[in-house]
Design a protein around this ligand. Sequence first.
Ligand code: KPL
Length: 314
Amino acid sequence: MRVVVFGAGAVGQLFGARLLRAQHEILLVARTEEVVAIRGHGLRVEGETEGVFPVPAVDALIDGITPDVVLLTVKSFDVESAGVELGRRLRPVPPVLATQNGLGIESTLRRGLERGRAGSPVPVVVRAVHTIPVTRLGPGSIRQAGVGELVLGRPAPETEAAAADRFAELFDSAGFTVRRVSDIEREVWRKLLVNAAINPVTADHGIPNGQLANEPWRGQAEELLAEALQVSRAEGFDFSDEEAPAELWRVVRATAANRSSMLQDLRRGRPTEIEAISGELLRRGGVHGLKLPATERALERIRRRVRERAGPGT
Ligand code: KPL
């Protein structure tokens, strides 16, 4: 399959490497420093996946290319502008898989695609979430710190269902664990609960995910989880008191050696996904009259760190 990985940071690079190895035709669209490094020494991957992969990479989408699918792996704050760019450059835009953390990603992407596509057919968007831990070691160099899975929905509309099947086959062909679910929104929330607890604490304190099992971080993560759980229930997603913590600690164990994406972003002086995670929880919690003091504190601390343009320790 001809695959464009748009916004190929650490996760997108891993997808590209594994899909190239599975004989797919890959084009990574990444930041210039990543492209220069990948062209220079190949894409270096260590950990669960090992090797140096000669993946074609460019720093901007070229007009006239016709991929079969797009994997959109930009961070949540870049989804809308990425949608505009895909809409402008690809005619027609093929099915797009959105794998970001956070809520409201599909509507944001559709808004961007709508702005960019100027009359070309409406693209199919498929939502997925993943728990595959990948850390960026440097330009064009990543470590897959654990296994994780890609969770894909079974959308009802026929075009979306066919596209979701293709994405499932694609990831399956590259040896990823793919889980299909009937309700992807519930999975998006399940992932959000985990991100709401893991990401701000690990980013604020500069610790790998596994450290969360210890106090005082454990208590902080549990407090954030409890608040996120209240919002999920108010929004109609009925995770039980056992299910949510069980999922949190399962992901902490599975990604123990990983640095959360928020910590990695802070250390690189980049924006973080705090607004799509804690910010969105606060917004929705407010609609339901919920008070979320720990989430509010976490949001403020990460916003302050972003303003200071530096992560803790290194
Ligand atoms: O999604 C992640 C992230 O870092 O954003 C987890 C699953 C927490 C892995 O680090």
